[in-house]
Structures are given as structure tokens and as C-alpha cells.
Design a protein around this ligand. Structure first.
Ligand SMILES: Cc1cc2nc3c(=O)[nH]c(=O)nc-3n(C[C@H](O)[C@H](O)[C@H](O)COP(=O)(O)OP(=O)(O)OC[C@H]3O[C@@H](n4cnc5c(N)ncnc54)[C@H](O)[C@@H]3O)c2cc1C
Ligand SMILES: NC(=O)c1ccc[n+]([C@@H]2O[C@H](COP(=O)([O-])OP(=O)(O)OC[C@H]3O[C@@H](n4cnc5c(N)ncnc54)[C@H](OP(=O)(O)O)[C@@H]3O)[C@@H](O)[C@H]2O)c1
Length: 248
């Protein structure tokens, strides 16, 4: 255990809703790139259960910050939700993953589209200088079932204040009415033009790079909507405009 895990300590906990949390954890891990994930681990019924979680803090920030939803019947997420400050937790010291700007080709506009906790790695990216050095405008699209699940509002407001003419935040709330969020789902709003109207930017292959993160069905359906608009999946040997990370 000691070789692949380092021991961390919970410093703080945020309960966004009854089933959606963030944990701030003090742990020494190796340098990582914004957008990557590491593993969190706890003993469950005498066995160490580890799962991947995206880092929400930027590489320059301490402590580590993770956000997670309690998955019904899932062994680790329920246990994570029960932790309180001072609790011990195992953290894998080396982060991984390709949902990082180093993997994304040049473009005028960067679109970051997430469902649920998939917004975490995008907040890490947006807190670094890299997107603002490389892209003229950045659109963060976050879809949740209910308004309180649009997490980290203060972080989003801080990013908006820091980049007033270059950052657009587009929230979606699908299961209740609000006076500020788009309704429905991301792929449909790409298809009918509502997303571009709200963002004030067109989704064109020649000017766009799109990163998708979260629910694999959203990733698949949104990829389909983007392919229909002429964008292509990005592969190292075959550059395109769509980069993805599935959470399950
Ligand atoms: C690269 C990567 C990064 C991830 N980052 C995060 C993160 O930042 N925050 C986060 O909450 N989760 C994240 N996950 C999912 C996370 O690793 C766990 O699977 C999740 O927390 C549930 O853990 P569990 O042990 O309770 O249940 P598991 O045994 O892992 O899962 C139980 C079942 O639920 C499904 N499932 C897993 N996660 C979800 C979900 N969020 N919604 C619906 N169904 C799900 C699984 O496919 C499985 O069928 C990430 C997954 C991957 C692959
Ligand atoms: N949020 C809750 O209150 C709740 C309660 C109990 C259990 N859970 C469990 O927790 C898991 C995670 O829930 P979550 O609310 O964080 O994430 P989620 O189910 O992925 O929902 C987040 C957002 O993604 C949208 N979405 C779902 N499928 C999509 C698709 N194919 N294309 C585009 N958008 C899509 C949802 O719209 P729609 O609303 O249209 O689906 C919602 O706006 C769920 O799988 C569920 O098992 C959640």
C-alpha cells in the first residue's frame, strides 16, 4: 500500500447538496497538469478501494480539491461523503490523464463542456494562465439536473471577473425552471443553435476546440452533435477539434 499511495488528511468539506460534495485534502503529490486526475482510496470492509477523481485545484494551488457525487450503491463515493475534517485518506501521488491543454491544438475559441462533477478539471484548467495565453475566448458550459448542482459559483465568478471580455459561462439546468440557465441538454442546444446564441460565438471547425467531460452518454451525444457540425475527434496522429474524458 505504502508504495502506490500517500497518506492525506481531510482539511475541509463542502456539502453542495445532500449527495454532492467537495473535499479539500492535504497530501504531497507529484507535479501534475491542470485537467488530470489522481486516485483516492479508503478501506471499505477491510479492503482498500481506490477510484479516479479529477483535481479541481490548479497545479499551483494547495490543498488538493476534489468534488464527487454519491453514486447509489457505489462503495467509495458514499464512504468519501462520510469523511469529516481530520480524517485520513489515501491519495495516489502521480496524476494521469489526457484532458489537458497540452493535448489540444490551437484555435481561436476553447469550449469546455461538462455534466455534473465533470466541471472540476475545467475549473483547474481555467485557474491557470494557459487558456488565456492560447485562446481568444473561452466558453465554460456546465449542465446539471438542479440549480444547486452548478457547483463552485464563486470560482466561476472569479474567473469571469479576471477575464471579463474573454470568458462566457453557460449553465444548463434540466430538471427545474430557473431564470438564468438554459433548459434541456447540451447536444440538443448545439443542434438548435441555442448554445451558440447564448455564448455569442459560433461553433465552427476552423475556430473551435472542444473538450468534453462527465456523463459518457452526454459525451457520446455531444460528440455526435459536433460531428454533424463538421468538427472531428482529436487524435494525436489525426488532429481534430473534440477531446473527451468519460467518468464511467
Ligand atoms: C478519469 C476519471 C475521473 C473521474 N473523476 C471523478 C470526479 O472528479 N468526481 C466524481 O464524482 N467522479 C469521478 N469519477 C468517477 C469515480 O471514479 C467513481 O466511479 C465514482 O465516484 C463512484 O465510485 P463508487 O466506488 O461509489 O462506485 P463505482 O463502483 O465506481 O461505480 C458504481 C457504478 O456507477 C457508475 N458511476 C460511476 N461514477 C458515476 C457518476 N458520477 N454518475 C453515475 N454513475 C456513475 C459506474 O460506472 C458503476 O456502474 C471519475 C472517473 C474516471 C474514470
Ligand atoms: N442529481 C440527482 O438529484 C441524483 C439523484 C439520485 C441519484 N443520482 C445519481 O447520480 C448520478 C450522477 O448524477 P448527476 O446529476 O451528477 O449527473 P447526470 O445524470 O449526468 O446529469 C447531469 C446533467 O447531464 C444531463 N445529461 C444526462 N444524459 C445526457 C445525455 N445523454 N446528453 C446530454 N446531457 C445529458 C442531465 O440531463 P437530464 O436531466 O435531461 O438527464 C443533467 O442536466 C446519476 O447517474 C444517478 O445515478 C443523481
Amino acid at each position: 500500500m505504502a508504495q502506490s499511495w500517500t497518506e492525506g488528511r481531510v482539511l475541509g468539506k463542502v456539502a453542495w447538496t445532500e449527495r454532492l460534495f467537495s473535499l479539500r485534502i492535504a497530501a504531497g503529490i507529484e507535479p501534475f497538469q491542470a485537467g488530470q486526475f489522481t486516485k483516492l482510496g479508503l478501506e471499505v470492509d477491510g479492503e482498500l478501494v481506490g477510484r479516479p477523481y479529477s483535481l479541481v485545484n490548479s497545479p499551483e494551488e494547495q490543498p488538493l480539491d476534489f468534488t464527487f457525487v454519491v453514486v447509489p450503491g457505489g462503495p467509495l463515493s458514499a464512504k468519501l461523503a462520510s469523511l469529516e475534517p481530520d480524517a485520513r485518506i489515501w491519495v495516489a501521488p502521480r496524476a494521469n490523464g489526457f484532458l489537458v491543454l497540452r493535448e489540444v491544438p490551437e484555435a481561436a475559441h476553447l469550449w469546455l463542456m461538462a455534466t455534473g462533477t465533470g466541471v472540476g478539471p475545467f475549473l483547474s484548467i481555467l485557474k491557470t494562465a494557459l487558456p488565456w495565453d492560447r485562446f481568444e475566448r473561452v466558453v465554460l458550459v456546465h449542465a446539471a439536473r438542479y440549480a444547486p448542482e452548478l457547483i463552485y459559483p464563486e470560482t466561476v465568478q472569479g474567473i469571469a471577473r479576471a477575464h471579463p471580455d474573454r470568458f462566457v459561462y453557460v449553465p444548463f439546468v434540466s430538471r427545474e425552471k430557473t431564470d438564468f440557465a438554459l433548459t434541456g441538454r447540451i447536444p440538443q442546444a448545439i443542434g438548435d443553435g441555442r448554445l451558440e446564441t447564448r455564448a455569442g460565438i459560433l461553433l465552427k471547425p476552423e475556430s473551435s476546440q472542444v473538450m468534453l467531460c462527465g456523463n459518457p452518454e452526454m459525451v457520446a451525444d455531444t460528440t455526435g452533435a459536433l460531428l454533424a457540425r463538421g468538427l472531428k475527434k482529436h487524435r494525436r496522429r489525426e488532429p481534430g477539434q473534440i477531446s473527451v474524458e468519460n467518468y464511467w
